[in-house]
Design a protein around this ligand. Structure first.
Ligand SMILES: [Zn+2]
Length: 381
């Protein structure tokens, strides 16, 4: 787990809010208008003449009526309470209250920019406010669906994902530190590839956090989809990279087994993450866990994944041995460096970044750091 530098994320979070709030307010406007027409408070022409995109009008109208009756804009006259789902009238006042809550810049800011520390509390307070915590499970399901429909992650986040990805510049997955994670656009500014954005607190369990900046971790496809999926996490059981990295509390340890004469052979090595803080430290639970459903090492199968990188460890080990066997001077000279340029030497010779704030820039930076720091501590002073 690599921490995302807070100075960077706090700046981008404010840009993100200004981008996403416009789309949320547009959606609230359209949803309110459809509900007004259904309730007889506005004429159908208000929707027909509205500047909103036609497909958006159809999509929002169909959310409220039975059987996707609205196939084209010509079907909008079917937007009547007699065609609507029963829950539209049953829970009308609560639906209105939820819309009103979101339709306020300061309240929306509190949700979108909530810190990882307070996120679960804010979600719980809103569920309590709208009576989604207890009682009728059908009502809870409808209201959760409604919140997810307002905070339309799939529909809205894609419009800002590339811009946020570029501004953040998290070029390597913070969960695994294995996969490149760049955001790349072509010469016409069209998106080519970008990180996945993982809901640290899942959308299904925490609907009010669907678009909350610090709940959307830019990460790789494998960590987001293959390993984490919709599992229910909390900041007590797992590390959120907007809050913590492993730092020196958890380090890779490689053991040399000497099975092959070629020191760089991958079968010569075992590698494991080793947590050096006591089990009583709350961070220990987030890293190692009290059971298999806790701890980032378990969630992201990190010991298994890093087993596949023993070839890299072999190469690092060989280079470190060459360095420490009296070749330092020659190695610095061959790279055109002075002896005091240790950071640059590290980068050129070991092919990675030395300082923790830069670990998000390149895969395997944490592994490289921990192996080399143990073998060559003088490169870090
Ligand atoms: Zn990953």
């Amino acid at each position: 787990m690599i921490a995302i530098p807070p100075a960077l994320s706090n700046t981008i979070a404010r840009i993100y809010f200004d981008l996403i709030k416009v789309r949320i307010f547009e959606r609230i406007h359209l949803i309110s208008m459809v509900m007004d027409v259904l309730g007889g408070n506005q004429p159908l022409s208000s929707i027909q003449h509205d500047a909103a995109n036609g497909n958006s009008k159809i999509s929002v109208a169909n959310f409220f009526v039975n059987g996707n009756l609205i196939k084209t804009l010509a079907d909008l006259p079917k937007l009547k309470m007699s065609n609507a789902h029963n829950w539209v009238s049953t829970y009308n006042s609560t639906l209105r209250n939820i819309l009103t809550h979101f339709n306020h810049e300061m309240r929306l800011r509190k949700i979108i920019l909530v810190s990882p520390t307070n996120a679960a509390t804010v979600d719980r307070e809103l569920k309590r406010r709208f009576k989604m915590m207890t009682g009728n499970s059908g009502k809870k399901a409808i209201l959760t669906k409604f919140v997810n429909f307002i905070l339309d992650y799939e529909g809205m986040h894609k419009y800002v994902a590339y811009q946020v990805g570029i501004e953040l510049g998290i070029d390597c997955c913070p969960y695994c530190n294995r996969m490149p994670n760049q955001t790349i656009v072509d010469e016409n500014d069209n998106g080519v590839i970008r990180p996945a954005f993982d809901h640290f607190l899942s959308q299904s369990h925490y609907p009010f956090l669907a678009l909350s900046f610090f709940n959307l971790v830019p990460c790789c496809f494998y960590c987001n989809t293959s390993l984490k999926g919709g599992k229910k996490l909390s900041i007590n059981t797992h590390l959120n990279p907007f809050l913590h990295g492993y730092g020196q509390d958890c380090v890779f340890k490689a053991n040399l087994k000497n099975l092959h004469a070629d020191i760089s052979h991958p079968d010569n090595f075992e590698v494991r993450l080793h947590c050096v803080i006591p089990a009583t430290n709350p961070k220990y639970r987030r890293i190692v866990g009290n059971n298999l459903s806790e701890g980032n090492i378990n969630l992201f199968k990190l010991n298994s994944l890093y087993y596949s990188h023993r070839d890299i460890i072999g190469e690092l080990w060989l280079k470190a041995q060459k360095y420490s066997s009296g070749h330092q001077g020659a190695l610095f000279t061959s790279l055109g460096l002075r002896q005091e340029e240790k950071e640059k030497f590290y980068r050129l010779y070991f092919g990675n970044y030395r300082n923790e704030d830069d670990f998000v820039k390149r895969p395997l930076s944490k592994l490289t750091h921990d192996i080399i720091r143990e073998m060559l501590p003088d490169l870090f002073v």
